[in-house]
Design a protein around this ligand. Structure first.
Ligand SMILES: [Zn+2]
Length: 479
């Protein structure tokens, strides 16, 4: 049975992220007892890559199993590098919930390249998602092995360790490190693949593209065999720089250095090799995913892809409630947030129903843009700026994203504001209660105490009175 509190999925969201949002949205008390149990998970943790609970998830969310597998798991990441039988087996196992041995079945354990226990995120995407959707979430394309940079922001992805007991969403903070063009190119190649909806692509097509390109590069002998020595030299020259990237690139580069990368991929072509090896190989031989695909001569699939169906499923949102909220004067943004949909979808829906909505201009003049920029620099919230200049929040965000350093600066400003606020609350309390102990302060001004304890411990201890020395009375000796 569908659960009314199950939120609609966001674009490029992982299953785990979706489940975490369900937990928050439904205001469950306990992740394990309430949320995970609804999905039939009793003992193990919510797997990220190949979840065993898709059947239940499909029932709760109303999204079909095929769509779940295609749009929310990483099955598609492996598809172009597997034979059809194997891919179908993966899908079957995902449907049945029989996923415990999938990782080893596809060779990830043997080759020691797995997504690991880290959850990756882009701090700028997190910030933008929070503004657009009201919350940050885990992007599926960021979790893929080999994706170390955010394609849209050109910065390095950050990671947090997965906590298995409590639900987690990406933090709205983190350092911004620009990525090298080489790193961005590799991440982009992998992301192009996961967003490529051509469902009829298999290993045979991939190898066909390789041989065609190697032939064009004169790396094949007359009898069609690969000139391994020349190919090895070519790869080393083109993959230089990979050793400085994050895991797993140095591993793959080592394999290229000792010739194992190209040898194993062609001598043992019947095995299913890790996608990352293929991606590295493709990056050296082709300009882009499109170039590779063209070489394979893949015909665009005429069949309806599950992705377009997914857009249909988004309609499981309670529109009736949303339209009622808007007609009662709630803003598009807050209504969309409440329903778990996007502002633009909500807008279209309201317009279709002839509801009067406050449509503010999304384009701003240069003069207004300067004025908006000045407000952004001092940390004014985007919603407040939009209200002041009577433009849409989207227009303000557009100005914000023009300056890569701006989000980081604003975070810093907010941080300092918070620090000031909490410091003041503690010192005010001490002024009013000069005899209070550390324990009193901890109990009475709990949020501020813990905020400072977490972020500014040194400052906290400067504020606090001396620790009360515990006194142990000498015990009377037993007679
Ligand atoms: Zn990003």
């Amino acid at each position: 049975m569908m659960n009314q509190l199950f939120p609609s999925p966001f674009p490029d969201e992982t299953v785990y992220s979706w489940v975490c949002r369900f937990h928050f949205f439904a205001a469950h008390a306990d992740f394990k007892r309430d949320t995970l149990r609804k999905l039939g998970i009793r003992d193990n943790r919510p797997a990220n890559e190949f979840p065993p609970y898709l059947q239940k998830l499909s029932e709760l969310s109303g999204v079909t199993l095929d769509q779940l597998i295609f749009c929310f798991t990483n099955a598609h990441y492996f598809q172009p590098f597997m034979d059809q039988i194997m891919y179908e087996e993966i899908c079957e196992r995902l449907k049945r919930g029989d996923t415990s041995s999938l990782q080893s079945r596809i060779g990830a354990v043997a080759n020691r390249i797995t997504p690991g226990q880290l959850l990756k995120y882009c701090p700028l995407c997190a910030e933008e998602d929070a503004q657009q959707f009201g919350t940050s979430y885990w992007h599926r394309s960021h979790q893929l092995v080999g994706v170390t940079a955010c394609e849209s922001h050109g910065i390095h992805l950050l990671s947090v360790k997965r906590n298995t007991k409590t639900p987690q969403l990406p933090p709205l903070s983190g350092c911004i490190h620009p990525s090298s063009l080489f790193e961005i190119r590799l991440s982009k190649l992998i992301q192009s693949e996961i967003f490529d909806n051509d469902v009829k692509w298999h290993k045979g097509d991939t190898y066909q593209a390789y041989y065609k390109r190697l032939g064009e590069m004169e790396l094949l002998t007359q009898s069609g065999r690969i000139k391994q020595k020349q190919l090895k030299e070519y790869l080393i020259k083109h993959l230089d720089g990979m050793s400085e990237l994050d895991y797993p690139y140095p591993l793959v580069f080592d394999a290229a250095l000792n010739g194992k990368l190209s040898e194993s991929m062609f001598y043992r072509a019947t095995c299913n090799h890790q996608p990352i090896k293929h991606f590295v190989f493709i990056s050296a031989l082709f300009d882009s995913w499109g170039d590779f695909k063209q070489s394979a001569n893949i015909e665009e699939s005429k069949e309806k892809s599950p992705v377009t169906d997914q857009q249909q499923t988004l309609k499981s949102v309670n529109w009736h409630e949303g339209l009622k909220m808007i007609s009662e004067g709630n803003s598009l943004r807050s209504t969309a947030h409440f329903l778990g949909t996007t502002v633009s979808t909500m807008k279209i829906k309201a317009q279709q129903n002839n509801l009067n909505i406050d449509l503010r201009p999304s384009k701003v003049t240069e003069l207004v843009e300067r004025a908006i920029w000045r407000k952004l620099v001092v940390g004014v919230k985007t919603q407040d700026i939009a209200d002041e200049f009577n433009v849409s929040v989207g227009a303000v965000e557009k100005v914000l994203t023009k300056h890569v350093w701006l989000p980081e600066l604003r975070k810093r400003i907010w941080y300092i504001e918070k620090q000031r606020f909490h410091t003041k609350r503690i010192s005010d309390f001490i002024d009013e209660h000069p005899d209070s102990t550390r324990n009193d302060i901890r109990k009475k001004v709990r949020p501020s105490y813990y905020w400072l304890y977490k972020h500014e411990q040194e400052l906290l201890y400067q504020l606090l009175p001396e620790r009360v020395q515990a006194i142990y009375w000498p015990r009377k000796a037993k007679k």
